[in-house]
Design a protein around this ligand. Structure first.
Ligand code: TXA
Ligand code: MG
Length: 315
């Protein structure tokens, strides 16, 4: 069921059920993070391996002390500057957080999503919500209630509809190692914005395909149709008889055999980020044989968009 009734969402969550929730980044598949059984059901519904830990969601920085033993100063500065917003912090967990949430790691990922409905929901319950993106494991994240409904609608009792996600990329994941700020996942908050607050950061993207490594897998965010990053016009010219899907930054390449999705006609990076996952999903409903796409300028959200395109193209 899709709706925007907070009381319904709250009642299911209090019963230990799983509910899809809107955030500014992507929709999450949420359950009570303090209830092991509820958390287990998230993994089952998503078909997610247990070595891939979950992010917990809360409504304010003052709640952090319930779940973590320490917030290092630079991470607190980032939290104060950017929450609620598309940033996730890795912090040393308290025992109240079940090991299944963190896949046995001693740090928990925590974030404050910037969505009015979900913030109100979080304020109305007395537990944090564990929530991965609300898609089957390995597939593209959902940026609308409709996206969630299509793949998981029959597996969950309720989808809280908060409209289209206005950032459209998952949160940026940040931690600290030996006084150095480390970014583990590029996302909706740019490196440039982070460095304005805390100075230079290290970017450590885990691109492992080793299933024992927690964090990000090399092949991820992938639609069912193969994705190739290549010069678009050359590819189209060399394959006149192929049905081609194109995801372009701003240029329209449509023709008889080419179905083109422009991320932003005005070449606006934020708009491109908002549309990216809709674009990747779009072609699964068409008869194109391949999706051709191009890298964006590698700065601000372009960097995170390129990261997602690389993972969508990895096989
Ligand atoms: O924007 C977002 O972050 C969305 C919305 C729903 O909040 N959530 C999201 O969750 O993208 P998920 O599960 O799809 O991605 C979370 C990533 C995973 O790659 C996971 O491995 C990493 O965060 N992660 C979670 N807890 C971690 C931990 N304790 N240590 C290292 N990585 C962690
Ligand atoms: Mg995900």
């Amino acid at each position: 069921m899709i709706g925007n009734d907070l009381d319904v969402a709250k009642a299911f969550l209090q019963e230990g059920k799983t509910v899809a929730i809107p955030t500014e980044t992507v929709y999450g598949l949420a359950a009570n993070a303090l209830d092991k059984e509820a958390v287990l059901s998230i993994f089952q519904i998503k078909n997610r391996p247990h070595f891939d830990p979950l992010i917990i969601h809360t409504h304010s920085i003052s709640e952090f002390e319930k779940y973590v033993t320490d917030v290092p100063k630079p991470l607190l500065l980032l939290a104060e500057a950017f929450t609620p917003g598309p940033i996730t912090l890795l912090l040393p967990k308290k025992n109240i957080i079940p090991d299944i949430v963190t896949s046995g790691l001693d740090k928990v990922a925590i974030r404050i999503p910037n969505h009015p409905l979900t913030l109100e929901l979080l304020r109305s319950i007395n537990f944090p919500l564990a929530a991965p993106s609300a898609n089957p494991f390995g597939y593209v994240s959902p940026t609308s209630a409709e996206h969630v409904n299509k793949q998981l609608g029959d597996k969950i009792p309720y989808i809280l509809d908060g409209g289209t996600c206005h950032v459209g990329l998952e949160s940026t994941i940040i931690g600290i190692e030996e006084n150095q700020i480390v970014v583990y996942r590029l996302g909706g908050l740019s490196i440039e914005a982070i460095e304005e607050v805390v100075g230079s950061v290290t970017v450590h993207l885990n691109q492992s395909s080793n299933p024992t490594a927690p964090g990000m897998l090399k092949s991820h965010y992938a639609p069912h149709i193969p994705v190739i990053i290549t010069p678009i016009e050359d590819y189209i010219n060399n394959h006149p008889n192929k049905k081609i899907g194109v995801i372009s930054f701003f240029k329209n390449h449509s023709s008889e055999n080419v179905n083109c999705f422009c991320l932003s006609k005005d070449a606006n990076m934020n708009e491109a980020a908002q549309n990216l996952f809709t674009a990747l999903r779009h072609f699964d409903d068409t008869d194109v044989e391949v999706i051709i796409t191009e890298k964006l300028p590698d700065s601000f959200l372009g960097r995170a968009i390129n990261d997602r395109l690389n993972r969508a193209a990895a096989r």
